[in-house]
Design a protein around this ligand. Structure first.
Ligand code: ADP
Length: 399
């Protein structure tokens, strides 16, 4: 039966990632991904009970994709349409000023998420497509939106305000919103649990290092700063995104390179970061190029680490000292090299990484600093799907 399970949907412009899971036990009943929606040849990979079922062929839109997914669920023992699910949790990228907690979806909420598309043109329309498809295919099942920006809603004014003309900023919703909030909230909570400490009593820095990457400074469970801003482009160097640049570069590219604004946007979002500097965006490939002596790959890595350390220093000062530094997501969980280089030479600040603990082949949440070090350095696997499923269940329970 699927009644206790929550279906989590993360809908992109041409893809849908999904997971059917038990928010109580975190057990995953099934998961998968729809890819290349709207292209000549789409694909679905669906995993359930250790088996993988595949589909190849054109997938016209998100609803067609989800319909195929529901057929695959039925084939593998979860007939969602007839047995039902407890709730559907949707990851929504931008909540703007409007949404700062998980929200039960109705027509008005869909409309409001849609209206926020000017702030997240690549993401919110795709999220709305996923929501509308799921509502159509599972009428009567409560649907909950969980926002990537929500955790950072209460950032202090000094941290969220850009120093530009205040009237222009107000007219266009320009402020720092922050993203990856579901991950930063979940991981900082797990870090406190691992240390057996009350989150309210801890100063934490979290590095979420995946394809997208962000850092946050958290005091007593509340974020006081984060690296992403109006959009997920600001801050750390990422797989294909530049992170921080001089905003004057944009005007220079428009005037001197005669790029139009969409080309600049594409350059900074898709052809910059690790990829722009080295030609590859996957960190494992970058590591192989570095090992082979490629100087561009080396420079890309050095720029990546330099930016990380710049924010580490900023957040140490903002927090006035830190109790825990936690690494998460693809690179953060899997690259001992990045963790060691990010924190090298900081023993005078009580920060150190134990080489054996750092390189141990362990997937679980763990401490990698020496036990007597003042600052706990941790690796905590993120689990945004579980956090979204739990949030959805709570919203439904609250009515
Ligand atoms: P997303 O932001 O898409 O969710 P992930 O959190 O899955 O990204 O992280 C993807 C990144 O993690 C990629 O750059 C990938 O190369 C990197 N990664 C995954 N496994 C390893 C590994 N064993 N060593 C180094 N990097 C890894």
């Amino acid at each position: 039966m699927s009644e206790d399970l929550v279906l989590v949907i993360n809908s992109g412009s041409s893809s849908i990632k999904y997971q059917l899971l038990d928010p109580e036990t975190s057990a995953v009943a099934a998961s998968g991904m729809v890819e290349r929606i709207g292209e000549a040849e789409g694909g679905i990979e669906h995993k359930a009970d250790g088996k993988t079922v595949e589909h190849r062929g054109p997938i016209a839109d998100h609803t067609a994709g989800l319909r195929l997914v529901f057929d695959m669920f039925a084939e593998t023992g979860h007939d969602l349409a007839s047995e039902g699910v407890h709730a559907v949790g949707h990851r929504v990228v931008h909540g703007g000023e409007v949404f700062y907690r998980p929200t039960l979806i109705d027509d008005g909420v869909v409309e409001a998420i849609s209206e926020l598309s000017s702030l997240a043109p690549l993401h919110n329309p795709a999220n709305v497509a996923g929501i509308e498809s799921a509502r159509e295919l599972l009428p009567g099942v409560p649907q909950v939106a969980v926002f990537d920006t929500a955790f950072f809603h209460g950032l202090p004014a000094a941290a969220k305000t850009y120093a530009i003309d205040a009237k222009v900023a107000a007219a266009h919703g320009i402020r720092r919103y922050g993203f990856h909030g579901t991950s930063h909230e979940y991981v900082s909570g797990q870090a406190a649990a691992l240390l057996g400490r009350d989150p309210g009593a801890l100063n934490q820095i979290v590095f979420h290092l995946g394809n997208g990457a962000s850092a946050s400074a958290i005091r007593g469970g509340n974020p006081v700063d984060t690296t992403m801003g109006l959009t997920p482009l600001e801050g750390l160097v990422m797989g294909t995104r530049s992170g921080d640049i001089d905003p004057g570069i944009v005007a220079h590219l428009v005037r001197s390179a005669r790029m139009d604004i969409d080309q600049v946007d594409e350059l900074l979002n898709r052809d910059s970061g690790i990829k722009g500097l080295s030609g590859v965006n996957d960190f494992r490939e970058l590591q192989r190029l570095i090992d082979a002596g490629d100087p561009a790959a080396r420079l890309a890595y050095d720029v990546y680490i330099h930016r990380l350390r710049r924010y580490l220093g900023a957040y140490l000062i903002e927090l006035g000292g830190v109790d825990a530094i936690t690494f998460t997501a693809g690179v953060g969980e899997n690259s001992p090299q990045v963790r060691a280089d990010a924190l090298a030479g900081l023993t005078r600040f009580g920060i150190a990484v134990d080489p054996d603990r750092n390189t141990a082949k362990d997937r679980a949440a763990r401490r990698i600093s020496p036990l007597d070090a003042e600052v706990a350095v941790l690796v905590v696997p993120t689990n945004e799907e579980l956090a979204i499923a739990r949030a959805a269940r709570e919203v439904v329970a609250a009515g």
